[in-house]
Design a protein around this ligand. Sequence first.
Ligand SMILES: *[C@@H]1O[C@H](CO)[C@@H](O)[C@H](O)[C@H]1NC(C)=O
Ligand SMILES: *[C@@H]1O[C@H](CO)[C@@H](O)[C@H](O)[C@H]1NC(C)=O
Ligand SMILES: *[C@@H]1O[C@H](CO)[C@@H](O)[C@H](O)[C@H]1NC(C)=O
Length: 462
Amino acid sequence: MHQVQVMSLFLFTLIGNVLSGSNHVFQDLKDREGVLSFLEYHAAISPSSSVTDKPLMVGLTLIQGADSSGAVCLDGTLPGYHLDRGSGTGKDSWLVQLEGGGWCNTIRNCVYRKTTRRGSSNFFEKQLPFTGILSDKAEENPDFFNWNRVKLRYCDGASFSGDSQNEASQLYFRGQRIWSAAMEYLMAEGMQNATQALLSGCSAGGLASIIHCDEFRELFPQSTKVKCLSDAGMFLNAMDISGGHTLQNFYSGVVSLQEVQKSLPSTCIDHLDPTSCFFPQNLVAAVRTPLFLLNSAYDVWQLRSSLAPPAADPHGTWKECRQNNAQCNSSQIKFLQDFRNQMLDAIKVFSSSNQNGLFINSCFAHCQSERQDTWFADDSPRIGNKRIAQSVGDWYFDREDVKAVDCPYPCDNTCHNLVFNDVVSNITFSQSTRLTSTPLNLLIIFLVLLCSIISTGFKFVR
Ligand SMILES: *[C@@H]1O[C@H](CO)[C@@H](O)[C@H](O)[C@H]1NC(C)=O
Ligand SMILES: *[C@@H]1O[C@H](CO)[C@@H](O)[C@H](O)[C@H]1NC(C)=O
Ligand SMILES: *[C@@H]1O[C@H](CO)[C@@H](O)[C@H](O)[C@H]1NC(C)=O
């Protein structure tokens, strides 16, 4: 049920966009942005096999007055967050989760973002489900459930790191100011008394958590225990299947349009170009605060949008493999193993520091900390019998060193791999999806059929 509703929301958005207009809007949705939004949206409301309770829904707070320091979304609206207060032993502990959702690299696609929740708080959900690392239940989130847990919304298009504007298009690139205003606001809401804090984030938010990690540390006195977690934030500057640099070209647009260089650490900017410094491989070793990297070695967003995007695959020879890891042939697997090796190389120096943590599993996933089924459920992914929630907890609380790197694909049979279908009428998010014939569902089915040729579906297989 849940899953179907998620899909319908996505389809409503899609149809709304198609009806309202221009081709490029639709193209954007079909491209990496659409895939990513969908993935991340789904990440929060995922099928969960062991948990029957409805997730806690947490209301939105707009950051009143943020506009006085120019801290606004792409369209000039106020930024916002969702906060569930801690209790008991977690009363003075704070988890700040930075929302993800791709980036915008051109005026055109940033203008498009203004019409979505990725660029305007007018379109923010008024409530969000708190699952996985944000869950308030000990059996779903053993170490952080009673902390103050915040989800900071993402509406700037540059991982909370841009600082510029474009008058002609009425675009505000104010990620860095949103970051600062939000931290100031949360400090006043009680975070200044934190004895423990964890900055976290997934995807574009995982990259942001690396970029802002040391700044976060500096908000607190030395006596506060402060660490950072980046989930699916290790975007590699890798060569794509046609020998091009899809993601580097994309990042180059993001960084120059939004003037991200101002927010990037001087330890990188002083010897590399700004675009290179937006790649975490050039940042993580220099982060002084303890950092945990959680990533799948075959991150599906990177596979679909950076390594083997349709534009780099004119003959569609990667189409099947892009959608379903089980369809990759031996030479494609070899390419993916090479990508994994690049990932392991990129974190070599980082992992030599004993304050850092690692969980690099050999799954086809993206964002495993906010989904309940991947974070902490009976059948969650494991490395050496330890689930992600336990690994992150052991590292955060210094119970044990965690440097977990999985053996290469396909050795891991605990994965929750994501499988995509290009025909939406074949939606199966999970074994539990049911379609019943309520009027709403009939409407949804109609919409699904309408969209079946033009959008992307996706399901979860074990
Ligand atoms: C922080 O703690 C002090 C002392 O207990 C208290 O007076 C103050 O109100 C707290 N600040 C916030 C923002 O909660
Ligand atoms: C795997 O697929 C690619 C793309 O279709 C093709 O070029 C290659 O020859 C195939 N390799 C093997 C070993 O089948
Ligand atoms: C749905 O997709 C799966 C995997 O791609 C395929 O095996 C199955 O036959 C499809 N079902 C329908 C009804 O199209």
